[in-house]
Design a protein around this ligand. Structure first.
Ligand code: APR
Ligand code: ZN
Length: 373
C-alpha cells in the first residue's frame, strides 16, 4: 500500500446522486488524511436498512452521498495527529464514536458520544470535481474512505472480515439492545418485532441471555426460518390477527404479556404494540428501529402509571471502541453466530441488486466486496 501514502487515491465507489434512484459506480478521488484522519481500505460492507432510509428519503441527508456504515477495512495511511493506529491495522468504522472526552463518554450510563459532528463536516470524496458526502461520517461503499480516529476501532486481524462487518451496525445494534438496554435476564419472556438483521440479532442476544420464550414477530413469514435458527421459540405473523382485532390484545390473549419487547423496524404502530404487550409492573419496551423524520409516537400514559418502562437504544448501548472488539471476539469463538444473517454476497457493481432484495424482504444482510485484501 505504501505507494499510495501521501497521494490522492483514485478508486471506485457507489454514489447516490438523487433520492429514489439507483446508486452509480463512479471513479472518485479520496483525499490524503490529515490531523486525526485515517484513510482506510474498505474490504467488505454489508447493506443495512438505514442505507435504504436515505435512498427513499425518510432519513434526510445531503446529496450526492456515498452510503455504507457496516464495514471492515485495513488502515492505508494516517494523519500526523493519529496515535493509536498505523498502516495495516484491521479496523471497523463506527458511526457511533467514542471520543472519551465528552460528558456522555465519561458517563457510565450512555454510549451516545456527543463528539458526533460529522453532519457539519466537509468531505474527503470528490467525483468529477464535485464534493460527495460520506453517510454518517463514513461512506464505506467506497474502496477507500477517510475516517476520524475516534470513529474507528481495531479488531483481531484473525477475525473473518466478511462477517465482522456486521458488528459495525446491525449485529451490535440488535444484540446490544437485548443484553444492554432491555437487560434480558435468565428465564424472561421476550418479544422481538421485525426480523431483519437487527431483530434477528436481538433474538440471539435474548437467547444468549437465557430468555425462556422468544416470540419472533414479522409480517413476512419467510423470516421465520432464520428467526428459529437464531433462537426464537415462537413465530407470530400480525397478519393472522382477525380483521376487527388489535395486535396487542390479540397477542396477550394468545401468548400472554412478555417481560421485554424490542421494536426493530422503525414503525410507530409497531412501537405502540411493543408498549402494549409488556407486563404491567416491570415490563420494558425498547425502541430500536429508527422512525422516519418527523414521526411522533403517542400512547396512553397509563402504561407508565402501571409501571412499564419505555426506552430507546442506539448502537445497542455499546461504548463502541471499548466494546466492539469483544463482540468480534465472541463472533470468532462462535458464541455469537453470524452465518444465518448473511444471505447474499455481491461485488460493488451489484450493490443495487442488494438494495432491491432488502427492500423486497428477500435478504437479511448482503455483504458487498470492495477492495481485495
Ligand atoms: N410489522 C411487522 N414486521 C414488519 C412490519 C410491520 N408492520 N413492517 C416491516 N416489518 C419487518 C420486515 O418484514 C423486515 O423483516 O421488519 C423487518 C425489517 O428488517 P430490515 O428491513 O432487514 O431492517 P434492519 O436492517 O434489520 O433494520 C431495522 O433498525 O437500525 C434500524 O434503521 C434501521 O430502522 C431500521 C431498523
Ligand atoms: Zn445500520
Amino acid at each position: 500500500m505504501s505507494d499510495t501514502v501521501g497521494k490522492v487515491i483514485r478508486c471506485r465507489a457507489a454514489i447516490l446522486w438523487e433520492l429514489k434512484s439507483k446508486m452509480k459506480i463512479e471513479e472518485i478521488e479520496v483525499a490524503v488524511p490529515v490531523k486525526d484522519q485515517i484513510r482506510v481500505k474498505i474490504i467488505y460492507n454489508a447493506l443495512c436498512h438505514s442505507d435504504l432510509h436515505v435512498i427513499d428519503g425518510s432519513l434526510k441527508t445531503r446529496l450526492p452521498i456515498i452510503l455504507g456504515h457496516e464495514a471492515t477495512g485495513i488502515v492505508e495511511s494516517v494523519g500526523d495527529e493519529v496515535k493509536a493506529f498505523k498502516t495495516g491495522d484491521v479496523v471497523i468504522p463506527l458511526y457511533q464514536p467514542q471520543c472519551r472526552k465528552c460528558a456522555a463518554c465519561q458517563h457510565g450510563d450512555t454510549n451516545l458520544c456527543t463528539s458526533l459532528s460529522f453532519s457539519n463536516e466537509g468531505s474527503h470524496f470528490t467525483c468529477r470535481g464535485k464534493q460527495v458526502f460520506p453517510f454518517m461520517g463514513l461512506g464505506t461503499f467506497s474502496e477507500y474512505a477517510v475516517i476520524r480516529e475516534h470513529m474507528l476501532v481495531k479488531i483481531d486481524p484473525r477475525a473473518p472480515l466478511d462477517k465482522a462487518c456486521l458488528a459495525g451496525c446491525g449485529l451490535a445494534t440488535g444484540y446490544g439492545a437485548a443484553v444492554n438496554t432491555a437487560q434480558i435476564r435468565r428465564g424472561e419472556r421476550v418479544a422481538v418485532i421485525g426480523l431483519g438483521g437487527v431483530g434477528l440479532s436481538a433474538i440471539q442476544g435474548a437467547k444468549n441471555a437465557g430468555a425462556s420464550a422468544i416470540y419472533a414477530i414479522d409480517i413476512n413469514s419467510e423470516k421465520f426460518d432464520s428467526a428459529r435458527k437464531m433462537g426464537a421459540t415462537h413465530c407470530v405473523n400480525p397478519r393472522d390477527v382477525p380483521k376487527d382485532g388489535k395486535f396487542g390484545s390479540w397477542f396477550i390473549k394468545n401468548f400472554g404479556a412478555v417481560d421485554k419487547s424490542l421494536e426493530c423496524i422503525g414503525n410507530v404502530q409497531c412501537m405502540k404494540d411493543a408498549v402494549e404487550i409488556v407486563e404491567r409492573g416491570w415490563g420494558r419496551a425498547v425502541m430500536v428501529g429508527i422512525a422516519p423524520d418527523g414521526a411522533t409516537l403517542s400512547f396512553n400514559p397509563g402504561h407508565l402509571t402501571i409501571g412499564k418502562t419505555i426506552t430507546g437504544s442506539i448502537f445497542g448501548g455499546w461504548k463502541s471502541i471499548d466494546d466492539i472488539p469483544m463482540l468480534v471476539e465472541e463472533m470468532r469463538k462462535g458464541k455469537i453466530e453470524v452465518d444465518p444473517l448473511i444471505t447474499h454476497r455481491f461485488d460493488l457493481e451489484k450493490v443495487d441488486e442488494a438494495v432491491e432484495l432488502l427492500k423486497n424482504g428477500k435478504s437479511i444482510r448482503s455483504v458487498i466486496s470492495l477492495s481485495k485484501l
